[in-house]
Design a protein around this ligand. Structure first.
Ligand code: SF4
Ligand code: SF4
Ligand code: FES
Length: 237
């Protein structure tokens, strides 16, 4: 007898409903495999997003049985509840259609938090080097592997309560650049993240850190920003 999964999938935009599909259960099946099966074999109009399938691009995140996660590296066996899956778009972002969210707010906040590197060298200079085993390099490396998946953002209560809050990913990025000794915009960046919608709004309960698929710790990055602001002229609350 073929084993099956009962998969409820959000269909629609902000308004919509869950539709249930029966999907054959396979060994080593990922949640993304399940969605792909539905889209290829059952309903071609289902919209979802993915690119790399190997945990690098960050585009496949959604809400699975109530929790935000990446889906290409999540096995069904890790998350299925009695043979059932419920798939919904990421929270805290507008829904474009079905499982696809509009990520503009998320990336606009990276820009607002000055998430772009700016160095002092020109193209005529040699690369500025940070020694691999130095303390400075370790500090800058701590949060650098972010893939921009939005799992932390979709899991953050404060983003739900106040949509202008920069959120864990943008603040983690700001902290990464503050620790990059080659970057020349730290003072401005600190004054941006010290604002009302910045790091002081974080309640430090750590859902972002618990769910980050890259095992980063945005909560620690935000705490680092708060600590630094206490002693810097950019100030804070
Ligand atoms: S620790 Fe801060 S940034 Fe992380 S989920 Fe909680 S409020 Fe959001
Ligand atoms: S900090 Fe983690 S959860 Fe948040 S966007 Fe980056 S990789 Fe994703
Ligand atoms: S498809 Fe690229 S991280 Fe999942």
């Amino acid at each position: 007898m073929t084993r099956t999964l009962a998969v409820s999938v959000w269909r629609g935009k902000e308004e919509g409903d869950f539709v249930t599909y029966e999907v054959p259960r396979r060994d080593n099946q990922t949640v993304l495999d399940v969605i792909t099966h539905i889209q290829r074999n059952v309903d071609h109009t289902l919209s979802y997003r993915f690119a790399c399938r190997v945990g690098m691009c960050g585009s496949c995140a959604m809400t699975v049985n109530g929790k935000a996660m990446w889906t290409c590296r999540t096995h069904v066996s890790q998350v299925a509840d009695n043979g059932k899956l419920e798939l919904a778009p990421l929270s805290n972002l507008p829904v474009v259609k079905d499982l696809v969210t509009d990520m503009r707010d998320f990336f606009d906040k990276w820009a607002r938090g000055m998430g772009q590197f700016k160095g002092s060298r020109t193209r005529n200079d040699d690369f500025e080097k940070v020694q691999p085993d130095s303390k400075a390099r370790k500090a800058a490396d701590a949060g650098i592997e972010c893939i921009g998946c939005g799992v932390c953002y979709g899991s953050c209560d404060v983003v739900s309560w106040r949509p202008d809050y920069l959120g864990p990913a943008a603040l983690n990025r700001a902290w990464t650049l503050v620790n990059d000794q080659r970057d020349v915009q730290s003072a401005q960046r600190l004054s941006v993240v010290a604002g009302d919608a910045g790091c002081h709004s974080c309640h430090t309960q750590g859902t972002c850190t618990e769910r980050c698929p890259k095992q980063l710790a945005p909560t620690a990055s935000i705490a680092g920003l708060k600590r630094l602001l206490m002693t810097s002229s950019a100030g804070g609350k």
